[in-house]
Design a protein around this ligand. Sequence first.
Ligand code: SAH
Ligand code: SF4
Length: 412
Amino acid sequence: MNADLTAAERTRILAKAALFSPPTPVTADGRRDLVGMSRAELAAEMDAIGEKPFRVKQIWHWIYHQGVTDFARMSSIARPLQAKLAEKFVIGRPEAATVQTSADATRKWLFRFRDGQQAETVYIPDPDEDRGALCISSQVGCTLSCTFCHTGTQTLVRNLGPAEIVGQFMAARDTYGEWPSPKGETPRLLSTIVLMGMGEPLYNYENVAQAMKIVMDNEGIALSRRRITLSTSGVVPMMDRCGSELGVGLAVSLHAVRDDLRDELVPLNRKYPIADLLAACRRYPGASNARRITFEYVMLKGINDSEADARELVRLIDGIPAKVNLIPFNPWPGSAYETSSGNAQHRFARIVMEAGYASPIRTPRGRDILAACGQLRTESERAPRGSEKGQGAPPPGPKRHAQRAFARRTSP
Ligand code: SAH
Ligand code: SF4
């Protein structure tokens, strides 16, 4: 793809994302949520109520370092100002509609946002150490329809806003009592963020970027970009920007080594085929041996798990500092695939490993509560055209129908 085309595509993607914007984070009584604002936005709010710029630093510290949700606990701020802030603002958290814990200690939250829309977040504790990864959602539903993914059966309802994206992390941290943020030390239990929940983060780039900048801000949560990984199904025109502006780790959902098969499994491939995707990976800023690109590869029995596939994979990624995560397919109600046999997984892993790439077979986590990769889905639906809240997208029926029909066709 040449540079002009990429720029035009990027503009189109950002314009489309704006059509699915989240509502302004305001409570029913008209108070604005301070969570999710950039420093500049917070400064503008302070200015509007006649407060000096230094308040931004102060309030930022209370919100993102101390984790307080109550202005009355901001002891460095005088009582009258605390009251004034509380009149105009809140420090919000998404409401946990349900929380489930798996037999393997994986935890899943169903978060409900102010407009009633819902998304899921998963905490995956490290079985050997006191730390873990929080898997965050970026959208309610997904526009893409990867055939093996449960989220893919749900139409895109809307994008999540910065308050909702950072809010998932902050609410999870509340649960584990992890405030204040550790300063200059290794973070504790919630030590990494993976943007691998519901949705395609690069189709909601602006909101995801604002949220990640807040999470990485040194005076707050201060998570290093090395502890954040963004997973994309291959939105090629946004990958460069993600690398240069955020510098977070990149995971790419490859899943197939031939365009004809990837066109079926990851339909976005019809727009950005494998060669374009790998070229974007080669250009990804910061990709090095210390900072390898992760290729995700779901193991589907009899579909993409042959030894020839493994050899072709190695040929394709030649020269890219990479690691290959082999993800045994996680079934969900109505899914049409089977997980590759243990033998097939090991044969595949060995070929990739012998070519010099780490190729761990991921242990499924939280399957019993539908919290594993690709099992997330909520009942949120986009309101039909013409209704009060609707913004004109078709109801979700046809996608699900097409999905099932397609799944039947490709059923092994
Ligand atoms: N939309 C982004 C991030 C969310 S999905 C993306 O597609 O990359 C996170 C990972 O789970 C992706 O690699 C996705 O392909 C994988 N996945 C989806 N459904 C799965 C399933 N049923 N079993 C195993 N992995 C799955
Ligand atoms: Fe969307 Fe990712 Fe699922 Fe594909 S795998 S449908 S891009 S969430």
